[in-house]
Design a protein. Structure first.
Length: 317
C-alpha cells in the first residue's frame, strides 16, 4: 500500500526551535522588523511604523470580536462562516499580535473590508482588500524567512530522519523552504503545495522596482485563509501540478506538523479522494483530537507527535 506524508511548520519548529519558527516567534520578528524600519520601502514610505502596527492591532481586535460571536453579518459564504466558527471554538477570549494564527490575519482583513463594501463599492473594496493582503503577505512571509536562516534548519535534522522520510512514496509540504530538498538531495518526490521562496509569483515575473534583498516576499508563496485565494486561480502552473498530485494520491496519508486551521482546501481534497484509505494525524495539542473531525471525514488514527520526535532523536535513552 502506498504511503504519503504531508508536513507543515511543526517540523521547522521541532528542528529550528519554537523561539524561532512558531507563529508567535514569526510575528514578534515582524514587530521588530517594523520597529527597525525594514518594511518602509515595501510601502513606499507611505505608511508609518506606528500605522503598520496599528493595522495589525485593528485586525487582532476583529479576531477578538469574532471570538465573542460578533461580525457574522460580514461572512461571505459557507467557508467564511466555517472559519469564524473555528475561531469561536478554538481561540482564547483575548488574542494579541503574536498569538493570532498567521493566516487568520487575512480572514480579519477580509471582514474589515467587507464591513465597508456597501459604502465603498465592489471595486474599491477589492482594491483595499488586495492592498491589505499584499502588505500582510510581504511582512509575514519575511518573518517566516528569517533572513534566509530558515533554509538552514535541515542541518539540525537527526540522522534517523533520512530513513524515516524515504519510506514515503510522496512528500508534500505546505512550507516554502528547501530543507527537505537539501536534506534528501536525491529525492524527486517532494511537492510544495503552497509555493517556494525562490520562485516569483507570476505577477512579479516582469515587474520593475522589486527590492533585491526582499525578493522572497514576491515569491509564489501562498498565504490566505481562503482556499480560493490559494488555488482558485491556478491553471497549468507548477503549484497546480503539485496540488493535482496531492489530489490523486492513494493509500495512507500521514500528517505531521500541520495545525487544523486555515487549510480547509487540503482537508476537502482529502475527503473527496476515495483512494485515500486512512489518515494518521500526528497531534501536538490534545485539543486537535476533537478539532480534526470537524475537518477530516475519513478514518483517522491519532499519534502524539512528541513521541515521533523522540523516536527520531539521535539521543539514545
Amino acid at each position: 500500500m502506498k504511503k504519503s506524508v504531508l508536513v507543515g511548520n511543526g517540523i521547522n519548529i521541532q528542528f529550528g526551535g519554537y523561539t524561532n519558527y512558531s507563529g508567535q516567534a514569526i510575528m514578534q520578528r515582524v514587530i521588530n522588523n517594523i520597529a527597525n524600519g525594514k518594511y518602509n520601502p515595501l510601502v513606499n514610505y507611505e505608511i508609518s511604523q506606528d500605522e503598520m502596527l496599528g493595522i495589525l492591532e485593528r485586525l487582532v481586535d476583529i479576531i477578538n470580536r469574532v471570538k465573542r460571536g460578533q461580525l457574522t453579518q460580514y461572512a461571505d459564504g459557507l467557508f467564511f462562516i466555517m472559519e469564524m466558527e473555528r475561531i469561536k471554538r478554538t481561540y482564547p477570549d483575548n488574542s494579541t499580535i503574536t498569538s493570532v494564527f498567521l493566516e487568520d490575519y487575512f480572514l480579519a482583513a477580509e471582514i474589515f473590508t467587507n464591513k465597508y463594501k456597501e459604502t465603498d463599492g465592489e471595486e474599491k473594496s477589492e482594491f483595499y482588500r488586495k492592498s491589505i493582503f499584499d502588505f500582510l503577505h510581504y511582512i509575514i512571509v519575511d518573518g517566516i524567512y528569517n533572513d534566509g536562516l530558515i533554509n538552514e534548519i535541515q542541518k539540525n535534522y537527526s540522522r534517523k530522519m533520512e530513513s524515516f522520510l524515504k519510506k514515503y512514496d510522496n512528500i508534500f509540504t505546505v512550507n516554502y523552504d528547501y530543507n527537505l530538498e537539501r536534506f534528501l538531495a536525491d529525492q524527486k518526490n517532494i511537492y510544495h503545495l503552497h509555493g517556494e521562496f525562490d520562485k516569483l509569483a507570476p505577477e512579479y515575473e516582469n515587474a520593475d522596482g522589486l527590492i533585491d534583498e526582499l525578493q522572497h516576499v514576491y515569491s509564489n508563496s501562498i498565504m490566505s485563509w481562503s482556499w480560493l485565494d490559494k488555488y482558485g486561480g491556478l491553471t497549468e502552473t507548477p503549484l497546480a501540478q503539485d496540488y493535482n498530485k496531492f489530489c490523486s494520491i492513494s493509500g495512507v496519508l500521514e500528517i505531521i506538523g500541520l495545525a487544523p486551521a486555515n487549510d480547509e482546501h487540503l482537508f476537502i481534497a482529502i475527503n473527496n479522494n476515495p483512494s485515500i484509505t486512512h489518515i494518521v494525524y500526528y497531534y501536538y495539542d490534545e485539543n486537535d483530537i476533537s478539532e480534526i473531525p470537524h475537518h477530516i471525514k475519513k478514518s483517522v488514527s491519532f499519534k502524539k507527535v512528541q513521541n515521533l520526535w523522540g523516536d527520531l532523536s539521535d539521543t539514545e535513552g
